[in-house]
Design a binder for this molecule. Structure first.
Ligand code: SF4
Ligand code: SF4
Length: 441
């Protein structure tokens, strides 16, 4: 039967009448097998052994109706880009289904004594690795930069030797924040900015979710965000926080992810109650708190945290007249090409950056179009997936090569790492561009 004919004769059946709120099985009833999700899956495009999102989602979950709870090992090959989730026309919770199926597979069927499991556990808990590496950043950078270390890491742990480990910043973002005077200094600077802008009496306060990467590696992005937001009058608080859990979801370590989600919801939920909105500079972090937490965990306050979580550019777009702010900007940037991260598309923020800078004098900005970078957090950090990761990224690399200029712009630190690896381009974050345009110019 053709896909069109299947769609026309689709008649939803209530297979799971006793389902509870967190039960995924009813989602299968919504799938009319139209195959839209299949057309956007980057893994299915390069790997003919991967059965695709429809199989990973509704078809596997339909089997659970018959009591067959063995999940297919291919669910471990999904890179959790969520492009299928965005593409589904019938609101089938594909991302949620994949996350739970992968977690079941990893917990009950994967060999926990294998090298692969140990490597994935390390990747999933990157926050711990980042904390250790940043204690002595210069030594860590020197050791991770050695060819012998890369060779050993590949042989012993399965990290591809082709990739360079990202450098640790010589001072973490949290260290910089603390030396600068912490929350009290931010409140003072923001108050002065509000006075200068004639906004006295206006309540502007946000809590920053910096995540792991902006704390240990891309600290300049977090600092730009702070200076930009304060210049617009926002008081910032930076509470103690855990990893968002994205690498845990991607590696099927849902128990670990629940642990960090509980800590983050507790911390940021209290701040929401105190009137703070939540902002992140990494779209995977904001997506975790906004979409994955409420989809996967029944935690008190999770919905409130999700509904106050914003991407840093998105938040300013919603709350400030950025066009007016940018109208007087005088910047002289090199030509740049923007790449929209898949997780930004899931949150519906993918068009904001190009739209925002379209008419700014001194900014020439192209776009790579709707393509996946292929690194997807930890996927491209596995030697058995390295070739697929680079093949997926090939379309994006080509788009960069064809666009004028050799500077890239993206919100996601992992896309950024893949762009650097595949093109050698310098990569900037929209917060840095906005800071230059609005604070420095
Ligand atoms: S999340 Fe991405 S890789 Fe996984 S099945 Fe969906 S589209 Fe494919
Ligand atoms: S796009 Fe949604 S409805 Fe269509 S086949 Fe995929 S899961 Fe089913």
């Amino acid at each position: 039967m053709s896909k069109q004919a299947e769609s026309e004769t689709f008649d939803p059946v209530d297979l799971f009448p006793d389902a509870t709120d967190m039960d995924l099985r009813p989602g299968v009833d919504k799938c009319d097998k139209n195959g839209n999700c299949e057309t956007v899956c980057p893994v299915a495009e390069v790997n003919e052994d991967f059965p695709g999102p429809k199989f990973q989602g509704p078809e596997q979950w339909r089997l659970t109706r018959k009591g067959d709870i063995e999940f297919d090992e291919s669910v471990d090959k999904c890179l959790n880009c969520m492009r299928c989730d965005t593409a589904c026309t019938n609101d089938v919770p594909l991302g949620q289904m994949h996350n739970v199926a992968r977690a079941n597979y990893v917990k009950n069927q994967k060999n926990h004594a294998s090298r692969e499991y140990l490597r994935n556990k390390m990747l999933a808990n990157y926050g711990t690795l980042g904390k250790l590496g940043s204690m002595m950043p210069r030594i860590s950078n020197a050791v991770f930069g050695l060819g012998a270390t890369r060779w050993l890491n590949e042989k012993l742990l399965g990290f591809p030797s082709e990739r360079s480990f990202p450098d640790f910043a010589t001072q973490t973002f949290r260290g910089w924040w603390s030396d600068r005077g912490g929350d009290a200094t931010s409140a003072e600077r923001a108050r002065e900015a509000r006075e200068a802008r004639g906004e006295t009496g206006v309540d502007k306060k946000i809590a920053f979710f910096h995540g792991c990467y902006a704390n240990y590696h891309q600290t300049e992005v977090a600092k730009s965000m702070v200076r930009l937001y304060e210049s617009l009058g926002y008081e910032i608080v930076v509470p103690e926080q855990s990893c968002c859990g994205t690498p845990m979801f991607a590696n099927g370590m849902l128990d670990d992810a629940r642990g960090v989600a509980e800590e983050n919801v507790d911390t940021f939920g209290s701040l929401v109650e105190d009137g703070y909105d939540l902002v992140a500079t990494c779209t995977s972090c904001s997506m975790a708190l906004r979409k994955e937490y409420p989809e996967l965990f029944d935690i008190d306050g999770v919905e409130e945290v999700a509904s106050h979580m914003f991407d840093a550019v998105e938040y300013l777009r919603v709350n400030e007249d950025l066009e007016a702010e940018l109208a007087g900007a005088d910047v002289d940037f090199p030509a740049m090409t923007y790449h929209a991260p898949c997780h930004g598309e899931v949150m519906g923020v993918e068009g904001i950056v190009t739209e925002l800078f379209a008419d700014v004098d001194g900014v020439e900005l192209d776009d790579t179009g709707d393509v996946c970078c292929g690194l997807a957090g930890t996927y491209g950090w596995k030697d058995e997936k390295y070739d697929d990761s680079m093949e997926i990224g090939a379309e994006m690399f080509e788009a960069f090569e064809e666009a004028p200029g050799e500077v890239a712009l993206t919100e996601c630190p992992m896309c950024s790492a893949q762009i650097e690896h595949g093109t050698g381009y310098e990569v900037r974050h929209p917060m840095e561009l906005l800071e230059t345009a609005l604070v420095e110019s």
